[in-house]
Design a binder for this molecule. Sequence first.
Ligand SMILES: O=C(O)CCC(=O)C(=O)O
Length: 684
Amino acid sequence: MSPRKPAKVPGNIQIQPVESGRITRSRKNKALVLPELPPSSLNDQSTDPKSIEGHPPAWAECRPELCDALPWFRAVQGGVYHSGNLCLGFLVDADCGIRSYIDDEIVITRVGGGCTKGADGNLVLVKDQDNDNSAISSLTNSMSLKIPVGMIIGSRNTLLGRKLPHRYNVMAYFRVTHIWYERIGKKAGAKVRFEKLDLSSKSWWAARSLPSPVPIQERRFDIQPENFQCGACHQWSVQIYNEGWMCLHSPCKRFWTIHESTPPPDLTFHVNFLRARLPPDLEVQPHYSLVPDLLSTLNEEDGDVISKRIAWKGIVCPRCSKCIARRFWQGWKCAEGIPFSPGKSSGCGFEKSLRIRPISLRSVIKDLEISPIKRALNFDPKFMVPEIDDRSLYPYRKLVYKIPGVGNITHLVSSQSINTRTNGPDDLFKQLQLVDLGLQRYPLQQSVVVGTLTAHFAVNYGMPYKYVVSVESKGFDEACSEILQALGRLTWATKQAVIDTGDPFLPPNELLLLGYFEDMKIGYHDDGESSLGPTVATLSLGAKSTMLVRMKYTYYHGFSKAKKPLSDDPVLLGCDQYDQRKALKSQFTDGSLNEAAYSDLRLGILKKSRSREAPPCIKMELNHGDLLIMHGENLQKYYEHSVVPENNLRFALTARYIKPEHVDSKEIQKGQFNLSADQVYDGK
Ligand SMILES: O=C(O)CCC(=O)C(=O)O
């Protein structure tokens, strides 16, 4: 029962005008030609596409750069960014959904989530949305707590009907005025209406030909859409469409009906819903800067701040407003976009280099004095336990993890006597910080979000090598002495690890240096390119890190993620459903199963198992000065590894043998080098 006597409306629906807090639509307003917005911005969005008023206060050509520079929009996917259950940023791009609208001061759009891409590339709502959805609840909180939301418009948005200058353009602060539900296809989907916070100035995205907005003091803040109470669920809903009022609460039986009938497909916005503006409210204050100024708060004299997480966030270029990621070890450069996008705005050339002061080992290694004793003494039985040899390569402790038929991993655990020797790991750690090595972050080739950069800096010396990214190589003749000293150590380490296996020793001719700041890492990958020799050796310097090794998904399950069976399943020890798969393979090999039956039975096993990544089988703690050698082509074919440093500065120098027949003849000389006597390493 309605708490108030409902007004009778045609049909048997009962609606009631709001009695308190309602701003009634006056008769006068109905016929009024309002000065606030020109007619072109009401349902008709045709304007001169080329001519917008100004420039966005910040912009980006790719999503990772946008999100890296704007703390209020860290969402690399989806349109809503929320934190602490408050919506802080919102992106309107290609698909705002049915019945959406944008003009110089208003944005009406769907709220993402619960969608999948349809055949036409547009998003289709496949799940009912409700207030439990975190994006919707964060918008609701920002509305009720009066938190302005930063708005971004993407160039794929066609609603505005104007040519936007960049792929992503920061608009302004907006406030959330309404959140409601509509029937979208067969589902209930949330919609939101935003209103620009600052109504006193003309929006930069407004058509240049249009006049400036009406001054605040002359605005009509009394024009508001009408609210009615539903006779069935007693909830209030605003009238959004000309065609009639609807209950906009999705659980209600009268939800999305006009007089108990389905609304017509082509609904048009009610003039008051578009023209309504909230009066200025001192309580609505932005809690963050729309255009952050990271550089002004970064004190380079402040200890190790330059390798901290905040120092490898993006900035908004103070000269041209482009969002720029920290791509260079030395600092930020406002240069070409990521990935390189010819014809796109490429930045103004602004550079900010940080004054790099070497960070002491003491500040990155907590237990500098006692750590050699603690190192690798206790092995977690959840993981493979290595063979331990404290003698043959003394003062190194040698740990060997053997994977039969696959390969082995030799971990040479360093000690204080090794680390403190002249030109040893302590000196190398310090010296590598003093030279400009040309370290950069590169765009990942296989990334869900185009333009995502590696979470580490890299530089390659010697023969060209493509790992998770393609890095240009510098010749060893350009390398500083520290690089060659490391190469000397890695050549020695490679030899020690290979000798025992009886395989030929191929001296490294390439060295990849990775640099890690706080919270950087290298995710699971393999070093298994066809151009590579079977041995990969790494020297760790600085912060302690954890290296994990796991079987690749395809070999762990015998199927790819797309459920394609492995043509020749090696059934590795430790793979999923090992016993059953081994038995089936023997039946197939001895001819008692044909190929089709073998495939079907394997698929049956797969369907019963959980489709998760393999758990790591080897876990190693890599400390300052340690050497790690992976040997065996199959190790890279069947297994993958990741390394996560614990603290804010680490270098990993990895040397490999690149098969010269795979290298362009012009590049071959890059891999040639001669080590001086003090660069050759003797294992002490
Ligand atoms: O940082 C490390 O220790 C590992 C580096 C690595 O996996 C690689 O260079 O492929």
